[in-house]
Design a protein around this ligand. Structure first.
Ligand SMILES: *Cc1c(COP(=O)(O)O)cnc(C)c1O
Length: 396
């Protein structure tokens, strides 16, 4: 009753851009969520790969409350300590050079594209450069990020978008080479495609991109918004490949619950791209969100979150592979670390997800037929077992 009333009220006032699940979430505890009726859910969606530490992780809330009592927002016209500390931690984790904090993933992409364009503009003395992006990629909903998102039906109603974008096929180096012109200034790709259906990059693909970009002085941008911040068992997925980008974007789990993103530049780009006046944000990297970022890095180190993901991944993958072996409607598994997808056949993936919800398990979809599992990074074997039991019930 309560749920239905709230759903109705939501539809009155909130623009209907999401077909939401019929549940009103109320509070979280550990890796569980509770709805307004008191029903408990095991959360293997984590706010779409945001809540890396689950809910009320020891020390996290306290750090934020302390910062609220001190200072929540000041303008970027002034220095503040939380952003200085958060920036140092992100530079250390990425071994890159300089950070710009944003409010979201899509804004991080906008900044990364601007940095690449400005780098080429400075080098060549003129604008008019092109960017190569991948089919089935997802980079966000603002106009620039949408322009490099490789799903035509997301883009079409909003065209003309940012011009000069060419699309190649993910994991197909020849198709990338075919799109290169003397105007190409950047290649942008996820390291593990998320929304497109959980496709990890091949080692040779990333190495090949790095080589092409080195040869032609093209800026290599890795979008780590979903696959970064420990999800693959490394701070950033590219670190597992040993292929370093010139520019990296992150968001989602960066603040593990507060709206914050960032683009991070290597030394070459930091020295010769965006200058005072070229870019800005009112909220980006304010003291509140940066206190969260610093605390997240501190907790990752203190509680060895990356090692935990690496240790538990074989168990999770093994259990999911058993599902693939035992259920005809599950055609395969793809993924890295705690970013896993099961390919569903013979029935809509949405049907399985709705049944999982009824059975007290939150999972989401990716692409047209993939059931996506992006749990908090702090799950244990017991949570994996519970997920598997609930998933089995939902597949029967
Ligand atoms: C979610 C996502 C984005 C967009 O982030 P928002 O915070 O929703 O703007 C961009 N790239 C990837 C890979 C994502 O998963």
């Amino acid at each position: 009753m309560r749920t239905e009333n709230l759903m109705e009220e939501s539809e009155v006032n909130i623009l209907h851009t999401y077909n939401r699940f019929p549940v009103v979430l109320d509070r979280g505890e550990g890796v569980y969520l509770y709805d307004v009726e008191g029903k408990k859910y095991l959360d293997f969606a984590a706010g779409i790969a945001v809540n890396a530490l689950g809910y009320h992780y020891p020390g996290y809330d306290e750090a934020l409350k302390e910062q609220i009592d001190k200072l929540m927002h000041v303008s970027n016209l002034y220095y503040n300590e939380p952003v200085i500390e958060a920036g140092a931690k992100l530079v250390l984790a990425s071994r890159m050079s300089k950070v710009f904090f944003t409010n979201s993933g899509t804004e991080a992409i906008e900044g990364a594209l601007k940095a690449a364009k400005k780098y080429a503009y400075t080098r060549d003395g003129h604008a008019g450069h092109e960017i190569i992006a991948m089919n089935h990629s997802f980079h966000g909903r603002s106009i620039g990020a949408l322009a490099v998102t490789g799903t035509a039906h997301y883009r079409e109603p909003f065209e003309p978008l940012m011009g000069g974008v060419r699309f190649a096929n993910f994991n197909d180096l020849e198709s990338v080479k075919a799109q290169i012109t003397d105007r190409t200034c950047a290649i942008i790709t996820e390291v593990v495609q998320g929304e497109g259906g959980i496709y990890p990059a091949d080692q040779e693909f990333l190495e090949g991109l790095r080589q092409i970009c080195d040869e032609k002085d093209i800026v290599l941008i890795f979008d780590e918004i979903q696959c970064g911040m420990g999800r693959t068992g490394h701070y950033f997925a590219w670190q597992g490949y040993g292929v370093k980008p010139d520019v990296m974007t992150c968001a989602k789990a960066l603040g593990s619950g507060v709206p914050v993103g960032a683009f991070v530049l290597n030394e070459k780009l930091a020295k010769s791209s965006l200058e005072p006046g070229d870019h800005g944000t009112t909220y980006g990297g304010n003291p509140l969100v940066c206190a969260a970022v610093s605390k997240v890095f501190q907790i990752f180190e203190r509680d060895m979150i990356l090692a935990h993901v690496q240790e538990l991944t074989p168990y999770l993958e093994g259990k999911l592979d058993e599902i693939v072996d035992n259920y005809d409607c599950v055609a395969g598994r793809r993924g890295k670390g705690f970013m896993q997808g099961l390919v569903i056949q013979d029935r809509p993936v949405g049907e399985v997800i709705n049944r999982a919800l009824e059975n007290g398990l939150l999972v989401i979809s990716a692409g047209s037929d993939v059931l996506r599992l992006v749990p908090p990074l702090v799950i244990t074997t017991e949570h994996v077992d519970e997920m598997i039991e609930k998933l089995k019930k939902s597949l029967e």
